[in-house]
Ligand binder design. Structure first.
Ligand code: H2U
Length: 355
């Protein structure tokens, strides 16, 4: 073994300053054979299924009828994990049996009337409409709740329960764990360094360049130094922005552009509708919006599970659950692979080739 450190050959641990956690990087493990679980390839979906509760005009199991929507469509989740009026838990019987109130609301947002379309295949105008709707929802729910989590589960492998393009929005009166820790660590960094952590981080990444996947004049998509999932990416605005609703018109248009390009590259990687969970993290809302949140920088995270092919995913199991996350290729290798993929979707390319 050479004595000069090579991150592709020599395992090491990397620090995630947003979580205060380490990730084990052992790129040499990609060489091991795989005889484990193989996922089902994603199936073709019909454009309209009147029995699908997310489709325009469909009757949902609770009897409510969806309008014949032609753009985005938002409705209250019929099976919400958070409700507005609830009974609060009393004083704990023991300090180790602590509980606290959890009030909130859950909504579902359909991106498009068609079931057989996904964000990378939507037009820039249609993606921009989704972004505007996200901003509206965060303003609306953020006036009542401390945290508004916009997230999309895409693909059955990520637990998505319906193939129609959609996301969810859960708002709560408490800060969930991920943003709570991020809030604290970004605040500590800001107090010490006098600059928001992710603003400084983007500066470093733009100088290095090796983890950048795609960039335009307002946004950067990169594989973070500390990425845990194989093709995890972070989407960052080039300006210091606290919340999604603070984005200018030009920044929203540029966001639609970078989302389309990033998600096209994802689909092109294994020529499949690339599964992931994604979500937005920005400064807290509700009563927390009255405080100084300068330490925050808006960003989105894409957390895709696929590792080797359209059907072999990374399992975050034994060591990851009991010790810490481990990844099988370096962040730089993942970024290079994604960066080198075409910006034209493979389905569009094959249509062009056939015409
Ligand atoms: P997921 O695909 O990420 O599970 O999101 C779909 C959501 O849609 C899910 O939370 C809701 C489910 O509760 N839903 C309804 O509210 N009404 C329905 O009729 C079907 C699904």
């Amino acid at each position: 073994m050479s004595s000069i450190f090579n991150p592709k050959e020599h395992q090491h641990i990397r620090f995630n300053p947003l979580k205060g956690e380490w990730v084990l990087v052992s790129a040499h493990r990609m060489k091991r054979p795989w005889k484990g679980q193989v996922e089902k390839p994603s199936e073709e979906v019909a454009r309209h299924d009147p029995k699908n509760p997310l489709c325009p005009g469909a009757t949902r199991p609770n009897g409510k009828v969806n309008p014949d929507y032609t753009s985005t469509f938002v409705f209250d989740n019929d099976f919400p994990a958070l409700l507005k009026n609830t009974v609060e838990p009393g004083e704990p019987e023991h300090p180790l049996l602590k509980a606290a109130s959890a009030e909130g609301t859950c909504q579902v947002m359909c991106f498009h009337p068609w079931s057989d379309i996904t964000l990378p295949l939507m037009s820039l105008e249609e993606i921009k409409t989704v972004i505007d709707k996200w901003a509206e929802l965060i303003i609306d729910l953020g006036s009542q709740f401390r945290w508004v989590q916009v997230f999309e589960n895409k693909g059955a492998v990520m637990g998505c329960s319906n193939p129609h393009p959609h996301c969810q929005v859960w708002a709560s009166n408490f800060m969930p764990n991920e943003p709570r820790v991020k809030d604290q660590l970004q605040r500590e960094y800001y107090i010490k360094e006098k600059v928001p952590m992710l603003v400084e981080y983007l500066k470093v990444e733009l100088e290095k360049g090796e983890r950048i996947v795609v960039e335009n004049d307002k946004w950067v998509a990169l594989v973070p130094w500390w990425a845990a999932w194989p093709y995890e990416t972070m989407l960052l605005p080039k300006r210091h922005v606290l919340r999604l609703q603070d984005l200018t018109e030009d920044e929203r248009k540029a966001l639609a552009d970078i989302m389309k390009r990033l998600l096209t590259k994802y689909d092109n990687l294994f020529e499949t509708s690339f599964p992931y969970s994604m979500g937005w993290h920005g400064a807290p809302t509700g009563d927390s919006a009255k405080e100084d949140n300068s330490h925050w920088q808006l960003h989105a995270l894409y957390l895709p599970p696929l590792l080797r092919s359209a059907t072999v995913k990374k399992f975050m199991v034994g060591y990851e659950m009991l010790a810490q996350p481990q990844r099988d290729l370096t962040a730089e290798q993942a970024a290079e692979k994604l960066r080198n993929l075409p910006d034209v979707h493979y389905k569009v390319q094959s249509q062009e080739n056939n015409s």
